[in-house]
Design a protein around this ligand. Structure first.
Ligand SMILES: [Zn+2]
Length: 271
């Protein structure tokens, strides 16, 4: 009998220590946002939005999207697949010349890889982009938006910031949900500082192009400007430093803390 209690005691300690360790190592959005390792979207009062396109370039859809962006004086960020970039360097050069941002979305778009493979994918794409444009990308979006501590560590060690998207601004255009559905998702959710997810390659993107034909003029009418992700980050930094100096002034006058920027946020897990 006394051994039974001993066994229960040991089991108890064991289970609790596992629970404690997993709680202690769990890092959520708050942690990654505060550290500046991952970007979902930014909090700003400026009516600016970052349009992002994954998986390209594509010989047909990317030029169509570039025409539309040009027509509406919009800047965007292209998370390119290195292998595709090497196939269509002229599209990458066009993106660069138009002031769009070119970012890293791995070399082969693998659904799974080891840390070593991920690092090699990042570096290969980085070199591919550098060979074409003369500059290295600063932003990385993991395949499917899936990340864990290891993925983030490798990205940071290689000089990248990880960029996801505003969770309510996932157009799921790759599923071809219909032009209206894509337009609705973006227009219903549009807020200053949003990062919107589209795909310019990886399948039939006719719906994405058609949806953009509607989205761009409508958001423009609402007063939005389309900027690259790095420009969105610059704006955020500017506002934070402005906010900090404002907070300091208010603290001096005993008004207390104003900064409510970092609010814990439960984001849905993606497949
Ligand atoms: Zn992708």
């Amino acid at each position: 009998m006394k051994y039974l209690w001993l066994k229960i005691g040991i089991l108890f300690v064991f289970v609790f220590s596992i629970a404690f360790v997993s709680l202690a190592t769990e890092k959520g959005r708050l942690y990654y946002e505060e550290k500046g390792y991952i970007l979902w979207d930014v909090k700003t009062e400026e009516k600016i939005i970052a349009l992002t396109f994954d998986d390209g370039p594509h010989s047909k859809y990317t030029p169509q999207i570039l025409d539309l962006l040009e027509e509406h004086d919009a800047k965007a960020t292209f998370f390119v697949v290195g292998k595709q970039a090497e196939k269509f360097p002229e599209i990458i050069l066009r993106q660069e010349a138009a002031g769009h941002e070119i970012a890293n979305h791995t070399y082969t778009h693998p659904s799974a890889n080891t840390p070593e493979e991920l690092e090699a994918e990042l570096q290969k794409t980085s070199e591919a982009i550098h060979d074409i444009t003369g500059s290295y990308p600063l932003l990385f979006r993991p395949v499917g938006g899936s990340y864990n501590e290891e993925v983030v560590d490798i990205a940071i060690q290689n000089g990248y910031k990880v960029v996801l998207w505003s969770w309510h601004q996932d157009t799921k255009d790759w599923k071809m949900p219909g032009v209206n559905k894509i337009v609705d998702t973006v227009l219903t959710g549009a807020k200053p500082g949003n990062v919107i997810l589209f795909h310019d390659a990886g399948g039939n993107r006719t719906q994405t192009v058609k949806a953009l034909e509607e989205i761009l003029p409508l958001l423009k009418q609402q007063g939005y400007t389309f900027v690259t992700v790095s420009e969105l980050l610059d704006q955020e930094e500017m506002e934070i430093s402005h906010q900090n100096s404002k907070t300091k002034q208010l603290e001096k006058s005993n008004f207390g803390q104003l900064d409510d920027r970092f609010v814990p946020y439960d984001f849905p897990k993606r497949p």
